[in-house]
Ligand binder design. Structure first.
Ligand code: HEM
Length: 402
């Protein structure tokens, strides 16, 4: 049903954001049924070499949930859970909820798959709980402590981690509840965080998203078309843990933005902190968003145009021995905190083949003196080994658990 409508409404769906008023207006005024737009009908494949939700374009809504196995659950129960969750993820991603009416919550009834993805990861403690310590990858060694960390242990770590993304808030929530319910007595939620990104169709031209500081964020991400992309992001065969081949490591950091302080800065100051223009993300040394940063260029005053401590300078792979990660975050806001400031920021998620060559060296440098540090606070942290994608007939993590 869903795939059949996709072609017919392709063009109309895309014009909603671009054409603005006219189309949206008539649709709401007369309550005439409108065909599923491309947003609803878009479907991401569950099976594949890699799990979905890593190179999938960022969705408008996301939920991150960490679970701990119940005291009575071991490897057998964890295996059954991964089997259950994988079957469920396949159904959710295909938008097949109507068939479960009755057993299902019904929250996503009459919605299309909406680019839903469900991605599963194993935390360090999962291997202790399941008696699989010998097969724990070194990449799961605890991250070093950073001087500016203010981490809440209750909202960090976890035996299992699930990332859900979808372009519709109800579809995303439906998937979240389905995953939680399917955990049954095997695992209980340790923490949950909710995030969002720009909605597809909201901007006239597809562009890199903006974060809650207003910056264009994600420009200099490695691209799947880069020659070394797979090598940097996915675990290659021969890593010593064959079950993880095609997988990746996710570093998750809940990073609070001190928005009251940030928003009090002048535009010039804000731009100097990053080293890029706020309007279009172009480097302060000129050009457009995708122009390379001219890191050695000096102004008429003899000073570096992109400051020594600019975030884009310090985090650039050239400054970090080639360290690279794929940043695929969600923004979050949870109202106003007890201190009267917005509890808002970035659910920073980065993907790499080896955290010791990706996140760790970059964060170490940022921690030592990045201009942005003053305006952010790392409040929670997680590190997960994310197995490769399930092949047809397989469940996620099967090569570890069977
Ligand atoms: C680049 C914002 C935290 C790593 C950027 C850019 C912005 C930005 C606006 C420039 C555009 C781009 O290339 O994407 C932020 C904000 C953060 C944050 C608001 C916190 C709330 C982090 C953290 C890391 C990181 C924790 C890693 C430890 C990077 C990298 C680049 C980058 C690798 C690309 C540098 C390049 O190759 O030019 N960030 N960032 N960022 N950031 Fe962050």
């Amino acid at each position: 049903r869903l795939l059949a409508t996709a072609g017919a409404v392709g063009a109309a769906g895309l014009t909603v954001g671009a054409a603005g008023g006219a189309l949206a207006h008539s649709a709401t005024d007369d309550h005439a049924p409108t065909a599923l737009s491309t947003v609803g009908s878009r479907e991401v494949a569950f099976h594949g070499k890699h799990q979905p939700g890593i190179t999938t374009p960022m969705q408008a809504h996301g939920h991150l949930i960490a679970f701990d196995l119940a005291p009575s659950a071991g490897r057998k129960e964890a295996t059954a859970l991964m089997r259950r969750w994988s079957a469920l993820a396949g159904e959710l991603m295909a938008g097949r909820t109507a068939e479960h009416a009755g057993a299902d919550t019904g929250v996503a009834l009459d919605a299309g798959p909406s680019s839903t993805t469900v991605t599963f990861g194993f935390g360090r403690t999962f291997f202790d709980r399941t008696g699989l310590v010998a097969r724990r990858p070194e990449g799961l060694d605890p991250l070093p402590a950073f001087s500016a960390d203010q981490l809440d242990a209750q909202r960090s770590h976890g035996d299992l981690w699930v990332q859900i993304g979808a372009d519709d808030a109800l579809v995303a929530f439906h998937a979240l509840r389905a995953v939680q319910r399917a955990a049954g007595k095997t695992a209980r939620v340790r923490w949950q965080m909710n995030g969002f990104n720009r909605s597809p169709g909201a901007t006239e031209q597809p562009m890199t998203t903006r974060n809650l500081m207003g910056q264009v964020d994600g420009t200099n991400n490695p691209k799947p078309s880069d020659q070394d992309f797979d090598q940097r992001i996915f675990v290659a065969a021969g890593s010593g843990q064959e079950w993880l081949t095609g997988g990746s490591f996710a570093v998750v950091r809940r990073i609070r933005m001190l928005l009251d302080d940030w928003e009090a800065l002048s535009l010039n100051h804000q731009e100097a902190v990053i080293g890029r223009r706020k309007s279009d993300g172009a480097p302060l040394t000129g050009g457009e968003e995708t122009t390379e940063l001219a890191l050695d260029e000096r102004g008429t005053d003899g000073k570096l145009v992109i400051r020594e401590n600019a975030h884009a300078r310090i985090s650039a792979p050239e400054q970090n021995g080639g360290a690279a990660m794929l940043r695929r975050p969600f923004s979050y806001h949870d109202g106003i905190g007890p201190d009267g400031t917005p509890d808002a920021g970035l659910l920073f998620i980065c993907w790499q083949a080896d955290p010791l060559r990706g996140f760790v060296p970059v964060q170490r440098k940022l921690d030592r003196g990045d201009a942005l540090s003053e305006f952010i606070r790392h409040e929670a942290s997680g590190l997960y080994a994310v197995p490769g994608g399930a092949r047809e007939g397989e469940y996620v993590g099967q090569r570890l658990l069977e």
